[in-house]
Ligand binder design. Structure first.
Ligand SMILES: NC(=O)C1=CN([C@@H]2O[C@H](COP(=O)(O)OP(=O)(O)OC[C@H]3O[C@@H](n4cnc5c(N)ncnc54)[C@H](OP(=O)(O)O)[C@@H]3O)[C@@H](O)[C@H]2O)C=CC1
Ligand SMILES: CC(=O)[C@H](N)C(=O)O
Length: 268
């Protein structure tokens, strides 16, 4: 019997690379994508050698229509797809009206347009085989609207809502859908935003999770038939506190927090 196959976007670093490592360890074949060719090639070589699995890489900038289309064409040729992890993404913290609209729109293209386009290609195949799993990597920010991250928060909220729509529709086809909503994870995410993330010992212990822990929790959670996965006790506590707080109070706290960030090193 052939091994199961997972497609992972944003597999060249961070959470995506870690998903690839965990699945490779379990004997999955992989289809990895991202922009950084050298990184993807080195991950491919490592995983093939260590686990004896098949690893296909397809470099694609999800912002470029032609490269997204080439990726979709490659995916359409795959005989079987058992899992899709829509993970590619990036952050920003800025004044929405000061950055150019084109720059802001790139986030919608990667987080929403590309993710939805890949889902549209993959799900019919899973339905046909009556089997599959999809993880859409969202964020705790989906539940925490913030003035300095208009499109980060709202695009991640879109992914939660999309995942819930898909879950309701696709569970009868034996397809599991998860919206993974982590808080802070120790990846290149923040340094790539140009942020210096100096943290106290307590912040580090309480707020920051390791990629390995997030990925283990997410993969275990897939069998629970619950859509939303919030990894870590503190993140769950934050999530429930935000739901419990009166909205007007949450808005005040968020506004104060954003003013603090504007005057600190935590805004690019
Ligand atoms: N780190 C954190 O604190 C949190 C992260 N998340 C989410 O986790 C996901 C993974 O981020 P993380 O691993 O932390 O950060 P990384 O920066 O390490 O990974 C981001 C990945 O997305 C890919 N990517 C970004 N832009 C594009 C693009 N235009 N085209 C193709 N691929 C792209 C990158 O590949 P390449 O550069 O090679 O194109 C990279 O592989 C993101 O969706 C992020 O929003 C959610 C909550 C918290
Ligand atoms: C929690 C997130 O999604 C993000 N990493 C951020 O720092 O805003």
């Amino acid at each position: 019997m052939s091994a199961q196959l997972a497609i992972i976007t944003g597999a060249s670093s961070g959470l995506g690379q870690t998903f690839a490592q965990h699945l490779a360890q379990q004997g999955w074949d992989l289809f990895l994508t991202g922009r950084r060719t050298k990184r993807l090639q080195s991950i491919q070589t490592q995983l093939k050698q260590k686990h004896g699995i098949q690893v296909h890489i397809q470099c694609a900038n999800l912002l470029k229509a032609k490269e997204l289309q080439d990726l979709i064409d490659k995916i359409s040729q795959l005989q079987r797809i058992d899992m899709l992890i829509n993970n590619a993404g990036f952050g920003n913290r800025n004044d929405f009206y000061k950055a150019s609209y084109n720059e802001q729109n790139q986030m919608l293209q990667v987080h929403i347009t590309a993710a939805a386009r890949i889902i549209h290609e993959v799900v019919p195949k899973m339905k046909h085989r009556k089997k599959g799993a999809i993880i859409n990597v969202s964020s705790l920010c989906a539940y925490m609207p913030a003035p300095l991250s208009y499109f980060y928060c709202s695009s991640k909220a879109f992914l939660v809502s999309l995942s819930e729509c898909m879950h309701i529709d696709l569970q009868k086809h034996n397809i599991s859908v998860q919206a993974l909503c982590p808080g802070f994870i120790e990846t290149e995410f923040h340094s790539r935003m140009g942020l210096i993330t100096a943290r106290s010992w307590l912040e580090q212990k309480l707020l920051w999770m390791k990629e390995n822990d997030v990925v283990s929790i997410s993969l275990r959670h897939l069998s629970s038939n619950k859509v939303i996965c919030i990894p870590g006790f503190i993140n769950k506590f934050i999530y429930h506190s935000v739901l419990f707080l009166p909205k007007c109070l949450y808005y005040k706290i968020s506004a104060i927090q954003s003013n603090k960030l504007k005057t600190s090193h935590l805004i690019a």
